[in-house]
Design a binder for this molecule. Structure first.
Ligand SMILES: [Fe+2]
Length: 420
């Protein structure tokens, strides 16, 4: 259209420079450079009182435009303003739609996530992607933080910024454009940074909605954690009651659970494994409920027939736990807690990595606790003897990696611990 105008108005040079929005700039005509030729006549493009661009026309040898050319250029400028206004409206609608879907996506994603770290990480990755930011951080009230992308500097630097719930903070951090909004009850914050261009108030408003969703999701996560704890406590109490049947105190369960959780931490496993270990360590021997007292409490050695019965307890336990929805992986860990790393265990003779990691962990802590506890038929072994025995059986009965993690936890003799 611009070159047609040049032809009709018999101009030697013509050009247009305008911005549709903060994201889109348009350049057309003879010179797409930012600079407008000195001899050119300029016609501003206006949206109301705001200048959105410039149309220019020129003749060779610095001649002035005649009246007809002048009127023609003003008409072209008016038309260009209208076209730009249409483009701007479409761009705004697209941005609004993108932000709307961002908030919706965030909200849907958050509804499914019940662990705080994953929650913050997911929100960050999602908002970075959709708000075209290069990096971001969620700073938590306890001094912890989650970051994603390239944030350019230590997120602790962000903590000095005062944020308001009412209005997003828009400014710069480490030479980058930044936007921030508070999250959580007190001093938590969500920041996004990018180099390309400043954040708009619309983006700030979308971020505010994301922060609100984040707060709601966090409340749900806290509620779910409290519910999960109550369930675990109830299950642990029931399991401890059952355990007294074979003369072992319920303390065995708590100790096994505590040690197993520390191994999961030392091995840096997923939060899902933490949950599976937590429940499976409490419930691993629940299947003993199906073993007759005469076998369970027999003072002497079991004969082959009685062992046959005894070896059923992982399967019975798994069958019981399998009835609970969402406990499938816990059931899989329970059934495998007497498998051996070299394939010589029961009930399936699984080998190495075929055995769920949670079951490999329980196997080590269960054996350790059994060795270091008094039994009617023998005194407890010392911590050092038990550790030596675990190390001896690493690679055969136990997963070496698990035994190494257990040995590196710096445990002291259980008797010493009791004296504390
Ligand atoms: Fe067992």
């Amino acid at each position: 259209m611009i070159s047609e105008a040049r032809h009709h108005l018999d101009l030697d040079g013509i050009g247009l420079r305008a911005s549709v929005s903060e994201r889109i700039e348009v350049r057309a005509g003879d010179s797409t450079e930012a600079r407008i030729p000195q001899e050119a006549e300029e016609f501003p493009l206006m949206r109301g009182k705001i200048q959105t661009g410039m149309l220019w026309g020129s003749l060779n040898d610095g001649e002035s435009l005649d009246a007809e050319q002048f009127v023609g250029m003003r008409a072209v400028a008016g038309f260009c303003s209208l076209v730009l206004e249409g483009a701007r409206a479409r761009e705004l609608a697209a941005v609004r739609a993108a932000h709307g879907s961002m908030v919706q996506l965030a909200s849907e994603a958050l509804r499914k996530i019940l662990e705080e770290d994953r929650l913050y990480k997911s929100v960050l990755v999602l908002t970075l992607e959709l708000m075209d930011a290069s990096g971001g951080a969620v700073l938590l009230e306890d001094g912890e933080g989650v970051t994603a992308g390239d944030i350019g500097e230590d997120p602790a630097e962000y903590r000095g910024i005062t944020l308001s719930k009412k209005k997003p903070w828009i400014g710069s951090l480490g030479g980058r454009h930044a936007v921030g909004i508070p999250v959580g009850r007190e001093s938590g914050a969500l920041f996004l940074v990018r180099e390309s261009r400043p954040h708009t108030t619309e983006e700030g408003a979308s971020l505010k909605l994301v922060a609100r969703q984040l707060d709601r999701a966090r409340e749900r996560a806290e509620l779910s954690a409290a519910r999960e704890k109550a369930t675990l406590d109830t299950i642990a109490a029931l399991a401890a009651t059952l355990e007294t049947r074979d003369g072992i105190t319920g303390e065995h369960i708590r100790r096994t659970q505590g040690l197993a959780e520390r191994i999961v931490e030392a091995l840096d496993l997923t939060s899902n494994s933490v949950r599976v270990v937590r429940y499976a360590s409490v419930l691993h021997d629940i299947g003993k409920v199906g073993i007759p007292d005469a076998i369970l409490n027999k003072p002497g050695k079991l004969d082959e027939n009685e062992w046959e019965f005894m070896r059923r307890h992982p399967r019975i336990g798994a069958d019981i736990v399998d009835q609970i929805e969402g406990f499938e992986e816990i059931s899989a860990a329970i059934i495998a807690h007497h498998e051996r790393y070299d394939g010589g265990g029961y009930p399936f003779g699984l080998k190495g990595e075929e055995i769920p990691i949670e079951a490999r962990i329980i196997s080590v802590v269960d054996t350790y606790d059994a060795m270091t506890s008094d039994r009617p038929y023998r005194r407890a072994l010392s911590h050092d003897t038990a550790i030596a025995e675990l190390s001896r059986c690493a690679g055969t009965q136990f997963d070496t990696r698990v035994v190494e993690a257990f040995c590196s936890m710096g445990l002291r003799d259980p008797k010493e611990r009791e004296d504390d």
